[in-house]
Design a protein around this ligand. Structure first.
Ligand code: 5GP
Length: 188
């Protein structure tokens, strides 16, 4: 199974850095790239659907999966739990896909420890000001949640040095091309 994990790509970045948009473009660009769908206890946002953006679980369901060793890694972020599903990732890897995990920094560090051959990319916003205005612009979080996410963002940005690559998301197309080239070079 060891070699397979070289096809794991961990993508992190503060909330509002645009990592989901970058990843969506990567998926459009190349059908060999697949996105792991995590489980979370947070409520769906906007049009999010169960099994598409996340598997939305109750805290009880989530903790039961922890007990049954259903997660490769799991962490708490803000008030909610998030976890990478073993079954979901292994299925995609055995289909021969490059599998992207969009996860926060502690989970990313755990994956790197478990699978040193995996690739890690940090999506960096051009500045904290830009990050704040993007977060406010999407109008999906409460003020308290925005403040919490900005606090976490500063900590996360300090940990960007632990990643194999940092991609600054100033212009979306450039960020997508940079990330794509990094992924393709890694799997050569
Ligand atoms: P959001 O609520 O904005 O969707 O996600 C909050 C944070 O949790 C983001 O940094 C996201 O990347 C991270 N996250 C999503 N799924 C997982 C997961 O399975 N494991 C970990 N460790 N973090 C996750």
């Amino acid at each position: 199974m060891c070699d397979l994990y070289s096809k794991l790509v961990v993508v992190s970045g503060p909330s509002g850095a645009g990592k989901d948009t970058v990843v969506a473009k990567l998926l459009e660009k190349d059908s060999d790239i697949s996105l792991s769908v995590s489980a979370t206890t947070r409520a769906p946002r906007g049009n999010e659907q169960n099994g598409v953006e996340y598997y939305f679980l109750s805290v009880e369901e989530f903790l039961e999966k922890v007990d049954n060793e259903g997660f490769i890694e799991h962490e708490q972020y803000g008030a909610n739990h998030y976890g990478t599903l073993k079954s979901d990732v292994e299925k995609r890897l055995s289909d021969g896909k490059t599998v992207i995990l969009v996860i926060e920094v502690k989970g990313a560090a755990n994956i790197k420890k478990m699978y040193p051959e995996s690739l890690s990319i940090f999506i960096m916003p051009p500045s904290l000001d830009v990050l704040e205005s993007r977060l406010r612009g999407r109008q999906t979080e409460s003020e308290a949640d925005i403040q919490k996410r900005l606090g976490i963002a500063a900590d996360e940005m300090r940990r960007s040095v632990d990643y194999d690559f940092i991609v600054v998301n100033d212009t979306l197309d450039d960020a997508v091309n940079d990330a794509y080239n990094i992924i393709k070079n890694h799997s050569k």
